[in-house]
Design a protein around this ligand. Structure first.
Ligand code: KG4
Length: 331
């Protein structure tokens, strides 16, 4: 490992606490995640107070097991990175303050990372060569946005949701149908059992020049349909919902790729774990486009993406000092 740059990454922006060790921004040595899903399940969403308390309880243990797993100690670290934005303020503070303490105690650089940029970095930890520019589609429980990414730290927003995030729509529809939280994986599985596969809901924002997303109309259409058709098969409802929810994502990335003449498309965030989406993206390719997408484990919140992205800031000498603060917003 002599000459290698070893980074510790921490992630605590929402309901996952995570610690990871990454070498040279590309090889994951350890990737530990504690999901709080069981703590928030009964509320059908993340409760900020519960989230920050839980982060505090588990973060030291996760750091220790990541170091052990990687077979290294604090002394081997070249830098420490943490998500500082966007996210829940109280949750972000736990990861960032822990990173500050390590940076101070070990006298190593601290790097505060934008969670959204980190998500888009995830596939580059799995053998995809990092190359710019690319079109980035970020789809999770809190975000639905399209970017033109031209370099580390250089991303321009092309379009975003005007209301709910796509993952949020999956979660809300699941709640209305009495399904488990989080709704995404449950809906994906149930949709696979649909037989009739009828079109029950309209397409979202069909103007081809439009780069926005919107999910509250689709959610309302689903809720109304459930009310008016109490005997309808849940599998058929979620199938039709999922088709519409994903179809607009696919339409937008290919439209953006054409508009900017960019062929590389990176898809990231929790919803990118959806296999029907992967299939639709593959089918939508006209030939030249390359879909770059992380494996499901690196799609949801994790700290490997934080440590990996931070390597590039470390290499450029772009560090943060101990006064850096968290920010609920991305910029
Ligand atoms: O990135 P992520 O872990 O963090 C948050 O934004 O909190 O994304 C979680 C979101 C949830 O809304 C969840 O329902 C959705 O991603 N999700 C999925 C799938 N797996 C997770 N949505 C659709 N299909 C999936 N397979």
């Amino acid at each position: 490992m002599h000459g290698d740059v070893i980074g510790l990454g921490l992630e605590s922006s929402c309901d996952e606490t995570a610690a990871a060790i990454v070498i040279n921004g590309s090889r994951v040595l350890a990737n530990h995640i504690f999901s709080q899903i069981d703590l928030h399940k009964e509320y059908f969403g993340v409760v900020p107070e519960i989230a920050s308390r839980s982060h505090l309880e588990v973060i030291n243990g996760l750091i220790e097991s990541a170091l052990n797993d990687a077979g290294i100690s604090f002394n081997d670290l070249s830098y420490v990175a943490a998500t500082s934005r966007p996210g829940l303020t109280g949750s972000l503070l736990i990861g960032l303050q822990s990173a500050k303490a390590i940076a101070f105690a070990m006298n190593i650089p601290l790097i505060a990372v934008n969670h959204l940029e980190a998500h888009l970095y995830a596939p580059f930890l799995e053998g995809h060569g990092l190359a710019f520019p690319y079109i980035g589609l970020l789809i999770s429980g809190g975000n639905t946005a399209l970017y033109r990414v031209t370099g580390i730290g250089d991303m321009e927003i092309i379009g975003k949701t005007v209301d709910d995030a796509v993952g949020e729509a999956f979660d809300k529809v699941a709640k209305h149908l009495g399904l488990e939280y989080p709704g995404g994986p449950v809906i994906e599985k149930l949709a696979g059992k649909a037989v009739r596969r009828e079109v029950l809901f309209p397409k979202i924002l069909t103007d081809p020049g439009d780069m926005r997303f919107s999910y509250s109309g689709l959610k309302t259409a689903v809720v109304n349909y459930i009310r008016e058709n109490p005997g309808a098969e849940k599998a058929e409802i979620v199938y039709s919902f999922q088709e519409r929810a994903l179809e607009v994502l696919v339409r937008r990335v290919f439209a953006a790729a054409r508009r900017y003449g960019i062929n590389d498309i990176v898809v990231a965030g929790g919803v990118a774990a959806n296999s029907r989406l992967r299939q639709l993206l593959d089918e939508g390719k006209k030939g030249r486009e390359k879909i770059i997408i992380a494996s499901p484990k690196l799609c949801t919140d994790n700290a490997a993406m934080v440590a990996g992205l931070a390597f590039h800031y470390f290499s450029r000498g772009e560090y943060n000092d101990l006064t850096v603060d968290v920010n609920a917003r991305a910029w």
